[in-house]
Design a protein around this ligand. Sequence first.
Ligand code: NDP
Ligand code: HSE
Length: 404
Amino acid sequence: MVNVAILGFGTVGSGVAEVLTGHEGSIERKAGGLIRLKYILDVRDFPDSPFADRFVKDFAVIESDPEVDIVVETIGGASIALEFTRRALEAGKSVVTSNKELVATCGYELTQLAREKGVCYLFEASVGGGIPIIRPLSQCLAANEILEIYGILNGTTNYILTRMIRAGLTFDAALAEAQEKGYAERDPSADVDGHDACRKICILADIAFGRHISPDQVPTQGITGVTLADVDYAESAGKKIKLLGRAIRGEDGRVCAYVAPHLVDQSDPLAGVEDVFNAISVRGDAIGDVMFYGRGAGKLPTASAVVADVIDVARNMGHRKALSWEPGGPDAACGTDGLKSRWYVRAEAAADELRARLPGCKLLARRESGGGEAACLTEEELTRGQMEERLAGLNLRSALRVLD
Ligand code: NDP
Ligand code: HSE
């Protein structure tokens, strides 16, 4: 029998308890033995929970119980969760988590500690919610040199954009719905300002390219600057606006990773990814392009990924499943200064002025008049610096990369 303790009985932790106990029979068969939920640690009391008898308040109870084999960390954040994760690994217990902030910032240290202690630190749920991506990237695609990863990595922002565009909700109303459904982070600015997607692209880059990429090496822009005018102009050009995380391996081995809203063509599979769904595209030198799609957040989809890791650890008890990468450094990432793309720009200018500064650009029209502004798609691929230089002196209301 394998004993599990869950830390944090919130959206994900309660889903893990539900799935672990609800599917006990089939999980036992797949794990090759019974997996018992022995403890749940939370700061709150849950007297009406069917698991009420398993709650503890002191982590030391879990840490010092030799029967506990696997600790599921679903508290979130990088403070108390880091302390408990370190202590669990030090005590020789494997740790499974959905906490991308912790993996993105301290994943190198924690995978090393797991290695030293001969246990596992697994985090399938940290990227893409229920979508299998960490295991496919580290195992199924291991034969490839990964060239690029990009995709919709945050369910909350995709949900907000979908609800604003499809149902005409305000930003605040759409965010409130996402919070109600349990998709948003405790501090939702992590979603809307792009930090959550940033952490996820860092984790994917760590695994794909083999060196730690720190979130502070990744230029990050969220969706708060995207207006309905931008959505309208994009639609008039047959495109949709999607928040993408992207990591590209340069020829010198450095990684160019960033997060920003992009214009995506309606014919691109990413354009059809709506609601809380995520999609992640991976380009390998042997496989070409492969895409992973599914629910990117929410209680049960995320629990599905966490419990899969628990089963994996239980099935391989005593055999460490290694997931690790090399330390990072300033030379691991190269920023986006040299990255060229076509651009969507909206500026306080006459259409002729934009055409003169961006020869060959495609002028865009929207349903309502833009009031002293014009918008276009550049024909040329330009770096951000080149684009800004061309438009110097104009009041630039919006500038988004086009995904080609
Ligand atoms: P919640 O806030 O719903 O759950 C966290 C739980 O931990 C809460 O019950 C909280 O109690 C409890 N907690 C806080 N501090 C402590 C402590 N010191 N000791 C014990 N328990 C504590 O978060 P989620 O379940 O949404 O997210 C958990 C993690 O999973 C985060 O890292 C998140 O980013 C990640 N994640 C979330 C997904 C989702 O769809 N929600 C999807 C994928 C990953 P209290 O509320 O009283 O503070
Ligand atoms: N807040 C995150 C999201 C949860 O909306 O994608 C899943 O990681």
